[in-house]
Design a protein around this ligand. Structure first.
Ligand SMILES: Cc1cc2nc3c(=O)[nH]c(=O)nc-3n(C[C@H](O)[C@H](O)[C@H](O)COP(=O)(O)OP(=O)(O)OC[C@H]3O[C@@H](n4cnc5c(N)ncnc54)[C@H](O)[C@@H]3O)c2cc1C
Length: 477
């Protein structure tokens, strides 16, 4: 056996040596004659897959993940991501959950050999998606695609009901716990400046939207932002034959140092969660202030085109429609563009997530119990949810929405409570393992009576009674 077949056999053997997955141990539940899932995962992207795998390895196998996207098109990788390669170094073990045969390196070397691995610079974007598709297949993860979770509501004190819209129409499922692996825009969506209000949608898009770059051939394009997505979108437009691309960058300089990644270590991964609140805040406030630089490759991909122009110190102060284009005003001048791409990131916005409407207003946010140190205000951070140890939401007012403790926020918005464990590649396994062990604890505690009854009922003997005799009964006095 060679290639992926051999790797898959090795993975199977590794799992069997480790006695994984553990046998399912969670008592089955039904309610009103309906099946109850122990966990429903919303989202089958990288975090949803890793979380599902971690749960199954711990013997919590009565789960299902739903993803609105078609199979193989979950997340940004082959939809709106426009970089050539991942930013992350190729050797990160990402979703491998401590299993060497599950790493991207093993997957790559099995197909192309060790030498090719040595000469690989960074992971091609599409290949990362291929790897996730493989990961899902070899672990046989229960993901149902083309299925959007439309609502989550309380069904009973200890059960949730999820309204879903799938290939067979609308229906609902019951779950004891729900994991929101809903991505970078986890509890919100794309963020665009107020300047866009009233502008005809023909003239602009957010970088996370589908964009017909062929239609931008010969046109003047503007891009707002200086992050990775700004560069990737600018480069894609230039490569598609845009007449020019003007990048409007608010700051006087483009950030150059990737601070938080720079201090990455197991200490940060495992220690961030238990930092005092003030220190968590300080760390992330500093990281947000410094911002993440765009990758060098992506920046060079833009500057390699003479008609790609960088305008630093250029916040847009006015943006108006003018005939078949837009007039952009910055402190440095006025520019005409035919189309504008806002690479302005994502934000938490309940209005963009109607599926979570039943509980979002009740979530305890950081601002509900924490006052930012003087001079360290942040409208972004104060709206992050204040999560418990298993990524579970907490109530703003105790008793107002008890279902929240059954919903686990395994996405970008967990960052202030847990660190970067639920979004980026570097620590997604540690995040998924923390989530899965937290859920295991909660399920076990909730079922304590059943487990105690099982303990009492267990009657498989280890000793049969013929291994020894009572000395008093056989030895004469
Ligand atoms: C353009 C781009 C490039 C990135 N590059 C890197 C990189 O190089 N290195 C790195 O470490 N990180 C990178 N990241 C950050 C991070 O790794 C990715 O965002 C990654 O996709 C996060 O995985 P996820 O599972 O949290 O989210 P996603 O991959 O976005 O998956 C979320 C899934 O949830 C589904 N979903 C959402 N709501 C619902 C609903 N109501 N019902 C059903 N399904 C739903 C969506 O369809 C989606 O498939 C990048 C992010 C972006 C946006």
């Amino acid at each position: 056996m060679t290639g992926l077949d051999a790797l898959e056999a090795r993975l199977k053997q590794d799992l069997s040596f480790l006695e994984l997955p553990a046998k399912n141990w969670v008592p089955r539940r039904t309610a009103e004659g309906r099946t109850v899932f122990d966990v429903v995962v919303v989202g089958g992207g990288m975090c949803g897959l890793t979380a599902s795998a971690a749960l199954i390895l711990l013997g919590i196998s009565n789960i299902i993940a739903f993803d609105a996207a078609p199979a193989g098109r979950e997340g940004p990788w082959v939809t709106f991501a426009r970089m050539r390669t991942l930013r992350s170094p190729k050797q990160l073990t990402g979703p491998a959950l401590g299993l060497p045969a599950l790493t991207f390196r093993a997957y790559y070397e099995a197909q192309f050999g060790a030498e090719a691995w040595q000469s690989l610079n960074k992971i091609p974007r599409g290949m990362w998606m291929d790897y996730l598709v493989w990961y899902r297949r070899v672990l046989d993860l229960p993901v149902q695609n083309g299925t959007r979770v439309m609502s989550i509501r309380s069904f009973a004190p200890d059960l949730l009901e999820l309204g879903i819209a799938g290939p067979d129409g609308a229906s609902s499922v019951l779950a004891r716990r729900v994991v929101l692996a809903t991505g970078r825009d986890g509890l919100g969506g794309p963020s665009v400046p107020a300047l866009t209000a009233g502008l005809d949608r023909r003239f602009w898009a957010h970088s996370a939207e589908p964009i017909d770059f062929t239609a931008l051939r010969g046109r003047a394009v503007g891009v707002v932002g200086a992050g990775a997505s700004a560069m990737d979108n600018a480069a894609t437009a230039l490569e598609a034959g845009a007449a020019s691309v003007d990048l409007f960058i608010r700051r006087a300089d483009i950030p150059r140092i990737n601070k938080f990644t720079g201090i990455g270590s197991p200490g940060v991964v495992h220690g961030f969660r238990t930092l005092p609140d003030e220190w968590k805040w300080r760390f992330l406030h500093y990281v947000l202030g410094q911002q993440t630089p765009p990758p060098r490759d992506s920046t060079l991909r833009v500057s390699g085109h003479p008609n790609g122009r960088f305008h630093v110190g250029s916040p847009i102060t006015r943006l108006v429609q003018d005939g078949d284009g837009l007039i952009v005003t910055t402190p440095k001048g006025r520019y005409r563009v035919d189309f504008m791409i806002f690479a302005t990131g994502f934000h938490l916005d309940p209005a963009l997530r109607p599926e979570f409407a039943a509980f979002l207003p009740h979530i305890r946010l950081w601002k509900d119990r924490f006052t930012a140190p003087a001079g360290l205000d942040s409208a972004e951070l104060e709206n992050f949810p204040d999560l418990g140890p298993a990524f579970e939401f907490q109530e703003k007012q105790p008793g107002a929405c008890p279902m929240l403790g059954r919903i686990h926020c395994f996405n970008h918005h967990a960052t202030l409570s847990h660190g970067k464990l639920a979004g980026d590649i570097p620590a997604v396994s540690e995040g998924a393992q923390r989530l899965a062990s937290g859920i295991a604890q909660l399920l076990f505690t909730e079922d304590q009576e059943t487990h105690y009854a099982r303990l009492q009922a267990f009657d498989t003997p280890e000793l049969l009674g013929d291994e020894w005799t009572d000395a008093d009964a056989t030895t004469p006095v």
